[in-house]
Write a protein that binds this ligand. Structure first.
Ligand code: GLA
Length: 387
């Protein structure tokens, strides 16, 4: 059994009398399509084998007891006392709150959880926390929501108490991911396809910058507002529904003088990234990783210069990657302002790249980055307790 799963089960049985059910809720990577999920774009995420384990069991009372092993913190609330709090409590309670908003009667339960997604790494630990709890409550309370409905519930939960106006990508990958597959999700229609991740001779490697600048949620919401402002201006003149209806960058240029510079740049990035993600999905199907990798670099450039969600550390890591002929694509992944870069690297060059990059990064920033070779995984699921 996974050591984290074993530890939380032990902690659960030491703290409570009831029998738990065990769940695993994964984090995610995203190959391409960044900051476009809330702009009706296309994204290419996959669930990964890093995530959050949950042990949950009913307790025949009106009390909810959470123990976050990672923080070594407890939270006990009455089922009628669910309200906004801070930190991890907000993510957990917001999920419970969404079930209350659906009119479900919440029974008391005990819950111990822990994970191995480094915080602020851009692998979406928040969606993993939400997804595991939502999946468990859906079963425990017999609510009968399907996986897509659960993803949407978790997205609403993240909007609500934590106040992060996220798109659907993370929660969708968390619920709908499949091992050895990458998703192509149309965030407007929610239509999705699975592609096999054919990476003959290459691997996906994440490099964690181990920095997390600024109050990311605040900046994230600001990016979203800029896009909404820009789209509003375009829509007042043009009969379109969303950015992807603008297929030529020249069509946006007409509006340059009507928009604040930062708003224009965000719109430009989004239009380009939606087109890139579409193109990238074709390239992946043709197993053309080299061209795919070039698009990843272009995405990073856009995220850094136009969307302004990168930082010195991430730019440094991508710059080093671009100088290494074994790395065919690299970019920041997730919301930005720190966290990981995602890299496609030739198998033979991985060790050397990690070594050289770590050395240079440490010299420059006095931080030792961490590297993870990605393995895809299935979406949130119950895990058997019996060995
Ligand atoms: C965060 C959000 C997602 C998405 C990414 C950027 O992970 O939760 O919805 O917007 O940032 O692509």
């Amino acid at each position: 059994m996974n050591p984290i799963a074993a530890t939380i089960l032990k902690s659960f049985t030491e703290s409570f009398i009831s029998q738990p059910t065990l769940y695993f809720s994964p984090g995610r990577i995203n190959l391409i399509g960044e900051h476009v999920d809330y702009n009706d774009g296309f994204v290419m995420p996959a669930a990964i084998n890093k995530g959050v384990y949950y042990a949950i069991g009913e307790n025949e009372s009106n009390e909810i007891h959470f123990y976050s092993m990672d923080f070594d913190e407890w939270l006990s609330v009455g089922t009628g006392e669910v309200k906004k709090m801070s930190g991890w409590r907000n993510y957990a309670l917001s999920v419970v709150n969404e079930f209350l908003l659906l009119g479900c009667k919440i029974k008391g339960f005990n819950c111990v959880f822990a994970g191995d997604i480094p915080r602020g790494s851009g692998m979406s630990s928040s969606a993993a926390v939400e997804g595991g709890l939502a999946f468990a409550l859906n079963e425990m309370l017999n609510v009968g929501l399907n996986r897509v409905q659960l993803a949407l519930l978790c997205q609403r939960a993240e909007h609500n108490f934590p106040n992060v106006n996220c798109g659907i990508m993370d929660q969708f990958a968390n619920m709908m991911g499949k091992k050895d597959k990458v998703l192509l999700l149309d965030c407007r229609s929610m239509e999705h396809q699975y592609f096999p991740l054919h990476m003959e001779g290459y691997k996906i490697v994440l490099l964690n910058s181990k920095v997390h600048h600024t109050l990311a949620s605040g900046e994230y919401n600001i990016r979203r507002q800029r896009c909404e402002e820009g789209l509003g201006i375009i829509k007042s003149k043009l009969n379109i529904q969303s950015f992807r209806d603008i297929t030529r960058v020249e069509d946006l240029q007409v509006y340059k003088t009507n928009m604040p510079g930062k708003v224009y740049n965000c719109c430009l990035y989004v239009i380009e990234e939606i087109a890139r993600a579409k193109k990238a999905s074709e390239l992946l199907q043709q197993e053309n990783l080299i061209e795919f990798g070039k698009l990843m670099y272009a995405t990073h450039e856009g995220l850094s210069k136009l969307y302004e969600v990168s930082c010195e550390e991430l730019d440094f890591l991508v710059e080093l990657a671009s100088q290494n002929s074994n790395v065919i694509g690299s970019r920041l992944m997730g919301g930005g302002f720190g966290g990981c870069t995602i890299n496609i690297i030739a198998n033979d060059g991985i060790e050397h790249f990690i070594e050289e990059t770590s050395k240079a990064y440490q010299q420059r920033f006095d931080i030792i980055p961490e590297a993870y070779i990605v393995e895809t995984a299935d979406g949130t699921n119950e895990v058997s307790i019996t060995p």
